[in-house]
Design a protein around this ligand. Structure first.
Ligand code: URA
Length: 320
């Protein structure tokens, strides 16, 4: 049951990152949740849960690399139930039985060889896909995911992290969200090969369960940032499109007051490159209303204008 609840919590975190500020929960779901909580606590809970539950920020749980000296599970079980529970959490395993590990605080140093963009990109890709920290965090059978696209692209789309499809394929935006991103790119009159697509993260953040994805921690994002920055420096796009709140946080740094609804459609700067914020395609998949589609499309019209793409009357009127 705990793992299902963790999945729900992760999904709520993800929705919040994407800009959702409240969700509706029906009375019957609330009553189901109450019984789950009561059963897992071993006590009846009479706390009422409001019908519209606001999503509150949840700090990512610290992930421990190895058990601390003298704190083996057996030792702590002997010293009492609270300590045993703590020890269990410290020794958390992912769904493949692999311990969830910490991320080093030293970030990678990118050293590119002399040569043209292609030579440098090849070297950077080699460094990333062989990075021991990236490799250490891979799920079995998964690949490190590096950016793809034109090294002369005017538009650099930046997502969050690989999901299940992407970690298998070793390519960003390969699943359903990727199909939708490809449709958006086509509607702009471009192809996937004419833009560049990267992610904040180069691996799929590990999960304690096999269900769902979780947003990366600040340590994970900080570790991968030099690789993203190097790709941006290499491509030198005219605009970066930050897809969703995690991309914004990864590129611009954390700001607890930032709200997706307030910043989408606005230009910021990353290392002097204009950065436009819009919703993540996964958010669009979940909230596929004409209104949301139009908001994202209006953001894309701003991007097209910024990079000097011709915009037809037909394109201007999409999703109205
Ligand atoms: N979502 C992302 O943010 N990136 C991907 O590569 C796939 C889904």
């Amino acid at each position: 049951m705990r793992s299902q609840l963790e999945s729900v919590i992760n999904e709520l975190k993800r929705l919040k990152q994407e800009g959702v500020e409240g969700i509706y929960i029906s009375d019957s779901t609330i009553s189901d949740l109450k019984s789950v909580v009561a059963a897992s606590d071993g006590v009846a809970s009479d706390e009422s849960i409001p019908a519209a539950v606001a999503i509150k920020p949840v700090e990512p749980e610290p992930i421990r690399k190895s058990k601390p000296k003298g704190e083996s599970l057996e030792d702590l079980v002997k010293s009492g139930p609270i300590e045993a529970a703590k020890a269990k959490a410290q020794l958390a395993l992912n769904q493949y039985g692999k311990p969830l590990t910490t991320i080093p605080t030293e970030v990678p140093v990118v050293q590119l060889p002399d040569g043209d963009k292609q030579v440098q990109w090849d070297a950077l890709r080699e460094q990333v896909i062989n990075d021991p920290v990236c490799l250490e965090h891979l799920n079995p059978g998964a690949q490190v995911v590096f950016g793809v696209g034109s090294l002369d692209a005017d538009i650099f789309f930046c997502g969050e992290a690989p999901g299940g499809d992407e970690e298998k394929q070793g390519e960003p935006f390969f699943g359903k969200a990727g199909d939708l991103l490809a449709k958006i790119i086509t509607a702009m009159g471009l192809s996937r090969e004419q833009v560049y697509i990267g992610n904040i993260m180069n691996w799929r953040p590990e999960m304690p369960t096999s269900v769902g994805n979780r947003p990366p921690t600040s340590e994970e994002m900080a570790y991968c940032l030099p690789y993203l920055r190097a790709q941006i420096e290499l491509v030198q796009p005219k605009v970066i499109v930050a897809l969703g709140m995690t991309a914004v946080t990864g590129l611009l740094g954390p700001d607890p007051k930032r709200r997706m609804g307030a910043i989408r459609g606005q230009f910021f700067e990353f290392d002097e490159t204009p950065l436009l914020v819009t919703y993540h395609p996964s958010y669009l998949l979940r909230y596929a209303t004409m209104k949301t589609k139009r908001l994202v499309w209006e953001d894309m019209l701003l991007v097209m204008d910024k990079v000097g793409l011709a915009i037809s009357e037909k394109q201007r009127g999409f999703f109205q």
